[in-house]
Ligand binder design. Sequence first.
Ligand SMILES: [Zn+2]
Ligand SMILES: [Zn+2]
Length: 440
Amino acid sequence: MVYQSFEDPLGGRLPQPGGQAAAPEGELLLSGGRVVDPKSGTDRTADLLLCGGRVKGIYEPGSCRGGRQLDCRGLIVAPGLIDMHIHLGDLFEVSTDPIRGAVADGMTTGLSPGAGNTILAPSLLGAEVDRGLPMNVGVYIGAPNLLANLLEDREIAAYYRGELSFERASEALSRNPIAIRTGMLAVGVKDHMAHFIMPDEEVERVFSITSAAGLIYMSHTQDPTHAERMARLSKGRPLHLAHATAAGCGTHADPVEGMRRVLELVDGEAVTAEFVSSMLRENGGCREGLIMPPAAKELALQALADRKVRILVSDGQNDATMKGFGDSRDNLPAIIELWQGGVLSLLDAVATMTWEPAKLLAERTGNSSLRDQLGNLQPGALANVTVMDPLAKRAVFTVVNGELAGFEGRALRSGYGAGGLLSRFGLSRRTGVGDLAIYS
Ligand SMILES: [Zn+2]
Ligand SMILES: [Zn+2]
């Protein structure tokens, strides 16, 4: 809010006795910031105008007037951060605290890979969306649960493409109609060597189903020998190595050797990888996760500089019981430090949590519209914006689907309800599941 005059900073918008508070206008103007949009290569001082939950455009500073205005001078205006690996309401943590924490940290979209998730997981998170979440959320299911039914593999793939009949699914997939209607909203599967080790035949089935259905195949990467096995079994089909920097922390092999062996598997095409932001921090990041020794960290930073690995994730949120290896509080600082430390340009650093995960989601799911809607500031994109203070390394404004959901490192209660459920089919602002108990 820019105060137009000292005498009347609210511009007459105070609620009048007996009247209604003025409704916020549809437009939101983010003025005077350094607008960084990796998709278009934009990096300049500009105004960003949002309207009706979408990006309207990037304009010369001062050239347009919006109804509401956020003063972004001295700040970086980036596409809303996407954390494609963050634990939100999965497995053990059933409160919405981690989601509130993540939006406070500037996340606008988070995908939760709970290895224990079943096909009922999208409905549970969907119910939370209906009851009001401040950010977009999505969910992976545990890899063995993809096979935990009586369907043939081609039918399982058809189900996740939304093409299996309800009748057939109710015979052989689940006896719960809500699970049947929503299970296909998972974005992918998580293979996790701590929870289960599947035989080769089952891994083969999971790869054949995920590649046919357009599901992300994410594998827990910590023991390089396990990652090598998964890469061998993938046979050229898509595989995403989760938190690959964990292999450089020395739990299952020498840290440098482990990091090197895992990086050798990454080709950037079929086999992609993500790094944990906390492990890349100059100060070592949060102290709850694994610590990566400097020599292994050098290899990881080089892989980022070489563009071999292009995605950062938190793999955790500080307020979650079920923590992964990191913390979403380290995401935005890691982006700033990769830029200021000369590892990446500002555009490429911002891309690690915006345009790069958006592209991977679109490629893996086969839904190219996700590339238009997420991780960029081009006209028509969902109005998700993270405004960063590069000095404080903090999210100043977090805009989720056009609504202000975070301010100065805090989630705004008024932003609850801004979020939606992100699936392979796109963003649903409401799933209807949360209304069932209320309206029967
Ligand atoms: Zn994992
Ligand atoms: Zn994880």
